[in-house]
Design a protein around this ligand. Structure first.
Ligand code: ADP
Ligand code: ZN
Length: 759
């Protein structure tokens, strides 16, 4: 491999050791390593660049400005939209021994004064502010006098009207920038839409920002969809089976969330409600009790969310269908922030689709209405699909998944049986054709089903569709079954649905081909009725559960004594590590993830005492070693060398060229190069010179600099098509196989603003 790559490699490696960040990370936060993109983001921020970081929930965004604040002089101002969030963050920082404070409307004047003095005298590293506070009176003039060296805008999507949490006060942040013109800004959000991202850059006036976008995959979340039958008892049995774990149940209406909460309480499960119909005091009391592990379950409408920093939400149940996939992603995203496994269960019925449709129909005819319908359709497709849920979800956000299967959803874990539906498909598709031939306008799916079962309903009769040759030829199935079959054919792309007020079905060209060629058709059975209540818990940290429970109660006691939520003291990850390595001296205790120096001093003695006491009456258990990335974000699977790639590889080994193999196998050169790239990713060493020249390699090297996004198109276009996709793939595979290649970690990607503009 050419030298420049190695120089780059050693430089990155050298940087990582020289960086002051790592020791600070352990001292203050107790962590030994960075999560994906954290280091890159922090280094850009410390180089005083403006930064936009787009990372999914739980990826560790807060650390991206908190740790740099410890590495630089002066104050980092943090703009945060919710008082509850602010307080939570400050509590956590304080527990870690970091000087942080917040200013908002809840403080009395005296307390406010005291905090302003502390800030003025330089005793504070991080100051959290509500945006409205910032703009009140002469506050900007006060801020100007402080030694502010960085500005962090948390939940930065609040600045965008396109986002779901628009806050008009966020718009005034530009005035703050005008007062602090030299201060670099870091904006953070978990919002996936490009429109909102672009809006953030414009609205905040970010200057040539370094933009970081992580994968939106949440590897520790498992996704399940079940048919909604007897929802009430299913929810109870599901939650009962999950011990002490905390979770959220989302419902579409306030009334339903109340009913579910009441039903859970009647079944002995502590549950409260959270929705916009409760008064402010009750809402915050309920939220507080959930955060503090006083209640296990919150039954909520969508109103409940952004303020929820609780890291150990172990399950999210959707008792009703969400209106769109973005909402579903957001709400399920509140599970498993701590990176330990968590489950998402959606209870699905076609009835919910109709219910939401009725609401949508009330919207006056408009683009917004059509959009809402389309989004609902996508949500229903997601629920009904027999393909991998994760692949679907990520695909919705435009992200590929290499394997096509994730191993962490119902469809991967329990693939559905298929059945031979050739005849049924022919009957359905011919009905569409016959109706068209009869000169009638297209009809909806439900109508097709009526024709097939020979319904005596008024419409088919008045339109004389009882005269069609397919009328009544489907009496072997119910109308519901025919509807289900038709929907599967829609997903296969054989029937198209137009999205007017009355969605109608037409046959596609591909559908015509299926019909003409009498193709054999396999469809999958309906969703499996009831899934196991807990998924296989990959990524879990096995530990001594008896000790874990003791440590948990100790944590709760200490938390109550200092009036903070338990996770402020230690996360479940830390407790699990303690309950598997039984630390009883300072050095061992400090080795626990999440234990920094301050927590060692403040909490170490009580926890070690508890562990010692436990060991007097109990055997020490031993556990198999954790994989290196346990409790952190695991990588998606590498593509494996399948049979066809193997054939290519063997031909290659006999000395044939790409062109030879392509000709011999009657495949494109791109395909052959793809096979070889996969082989390289799996450890095969192939000489780069056999694929591209030194000069090409240098061009690719420059183009890929800092780019680890999956899509090759931007690189291909950047190089103006001079270098083929095949070569790009091989080059990248070679790069990635250099093991420590710092940025090739995970599927996350880093892009410069240039990519952003083009993408
Ligand atoms: P986000 O704001 O992106 O949703 P948070 O900042 O709340 O995520 O972080 C989620 C959890 O991950 C927190 O409990 C945090 O302490 C933990 N965390 C963050 N960075 C690391 C790291 N490098 N190693 C281990 N845990 C981390
Ligand atoms: Zn899957």
């Amino acid at each position: 491999m050419d030298l420049s790559i190695f120089t780059e490699f050693f430089w990155l490696h050298f940087m990582s050791h020289a960086s002051p960040l790592l020791p600070l990370l352990k001292t203050h936060f107790g962590y030994d390593g960075f999560r994906t993109l954290q280091r890159e983001i922090m280094e850009a921020a410390l180089a005083d660049r403006d930064v936009l970081a787009i990372l999914p929930t739980g990826a560790g965004k807060s650390l991206c400005y908190q740790l740099p604040a410890m590495a630089r002089q002066g104050i980092t101002l943090v703009i945060s939209p919710l008082i509850a969030l602010m307080k939570d963050q400050v509590d956590q920082l304080t527990a870690a021994g970091i000087d942080a404070t917040f200013l908002n409307s809840t403080l009395d004047p005296q307390e406010n004064r005291r905090r302003l003095d502390a800030i003025q005298s330089g005793g504070v590293k991080l100051v959290y502010l509500a945006p409205e506070r910032l703009m009140a009176g002469d506050f900007l003039a006060i801020v100007k006098r402080w030694h502010v060296t960085a500005l962090a805008v948390d939940e930065a999507h609040c600045i965008s009207e396109w986002g779901h949490d628009f806050r008009p006060e966020y718009r005034r942040l530009r005035e703050l920038r005008a007062v602090l013109p030299q201060v670099p800004v870091i904006a953070l959000t978990a919002t996936a839409t490009t429109r909102v991202r672009q809006d953030i850059v414009t609205q905040l006036g970010l200057r040539q920002p370094a933009i970081f976008v992580a994968s939106f995959n949440r590897p520790n979340l498992n996704y399940f969809v079940e048919p909604k039958q007897d929802a009430a008892s299913r929810i109870v049995s599901y939650i009962r089976a999950r011990g002490q774990e905390s979770g959220i149940v989302y419902a579409q209406s306030r009334r339903r969330s109340e009913e579910i909460a009441a039903m859970l309480r009647n079944s002995g499960i502590s549950a409260v409600c959270y929705h916009a119909g409760l008064d402010g005091a009750e809402r915050s009391r309920n939220q507080e009790n959930f955060l503090r592990d006083e209640v296990r379950v919150v039954c909520a409408t969508v109103a409940f969310g952004m303020g929820i920093n609780k890291p150990d939400v172990r399950f999210v149940i959707h008792a009703d269908l969400p209106k769109n996939i973005e909402g579903y992603y957001q709400e399920t995203g509140r599970a498993g922030r701590d990176a330990l496994p968590a489950d998402c269960l959606l209870l699905y019925s076609r009835g919910d689709v109709s219910k939401i449709l009725r609401f949508i129909d009330e919207i006056p005819e408009s683009d917004a209405r059509d959009h809402a319908r389309l989004q609902l359709e996508q949500m229903a497709d997601f629920a009904e699909s027999d393909d991998c849920r994760r692949v679907n979800l990520l695909g919705y956000f435009g992200e590929p998944w290499p394997e096509g299967k994730c191993g962490g959803c119902d469809n991967c874990l329990a693939p559905r049986e298929t059945w031979e539906a050739t005849i049924e498909t022919q009957k359905l598709l011919s009905t569409i054709v016959r109706i068209k031939q009869s000169g009638s306008p297209p009809v909806g799916i439900r109508y097709l089903a009526d024709v097939l079962i020979g319904s005596r309903a008024e419409k088919p009769l008045s339109r004389r569709h009882d005269q069609l040759s397919t009328y009544g030829i489907g009496r072997e199935h119910s109308a519901a079954k025919w509807t289900e079959i038709a929907r599967q054919l829609v997903r296969k792309g054989w029937i198209a649905i137009d999205s007017g007020t009355y969605p109608t079905a037409t046959i596609t060209v591909e559908g015509m081909n299926v019909l003409r060629e009498r193709r054999q058709v396999l469809l999958s059975r309906l969703m499996i009725a009831e899934l196991p209540t807990k998924s296989p818990r990959t990524g879990d940290i096995e530990c001594d559960l008896a000790l874990f429970d003791l440590l948990r109660s100790l944590r709760k006691q200490l938390a109550d004594a200092s009036n903070v939520p338990p996770y402020v003291i230690f996360s479940d990850v830390s407790l699990r590590h303690m309950a598997r390595s039984y630390p009883v001296n300072d050095a061992d205790f400090l080795a626990i993830p999440g234990v920094g120096e301050r927590k060692l001093t403040d909490y170490g003695p009580s926890f070690m005492q508890q562990i010692r006491a436990f060991l007097q009456g109990n055997e020490r258990k031993s556990f198999v070693a954790l994989p290196e990335n346990a409790g952190s974000v695991p990588k998606p699977p590498k593509p494996s060398v399948n049979a066809t790639a193997q054939v290519t590889l063997e031909l290659w080994r006999t000395g044939k060229t790409v062109d030879d193999i392509a000709a011999e196998r009657n495949l494109s050169t791109t395909t052959i190069e793809g096979h070889l790239a996969t082989a390289i990713l799996n450890g095969e060493k192939l000489d780069p010179r056999a694929f591209y020249t030194q000069a090409e390699e240098e061009q690719m090297h420059a183009a890929f600099q800092g780019y680890t996004e999956e899509a090759l198109k931007p690189i291909f276009e950047f190089l103006e098509g001079r270098i083929s996709y095949g070569k790009l793939r091989i080059f990248r595979a070679n790069q990635e196989s250099v093991e420590h290649w710092a940025r090739a970690e995970n599927r996350s990607h880093l892009c410069s603003s240039a990519w952003f503009e083009e993408g």
